[in-house]
Design a protein around this ligand. Sequence first.
Ligand code: ZN
Ligand code: ZN
Length: 102
Amino acid sequence: MLELRPTCENCNRALPPDSLQARICTYECTFCATCVDSILQNVCPNCGGGFVPRPIRPSRNWKGDNFLGKDLPSYVIRHRPVDADAHRRFSEPIKTIPPYRR
Ligand SMILES: [Zn+2]
Ligand SMILES: [Zn+2]
């Protein structure tokens, strides 16, 4: 099950479960759209992969208890601000490769 992390790892802005600004990589590294587009340039600082919008877990119990009320979001904040210079060096050779070919 996807871990719905509460904030952007870089800027610590709140990313509640229904946020349309949340972006995740395949390891669930979670950032806001602003950080992904500006500082990160769609390169995850932890794995080098790209980001996609985080899916919204239903808030209502439409079927089989598969909803937010039973499967709660995470409250564990992972605030690990990115070193902009280090990320520039890291992402330089990666960012021009489309995520599906990395
Ligand atoms: Zn952010
Ligand atoms: Zn990642």
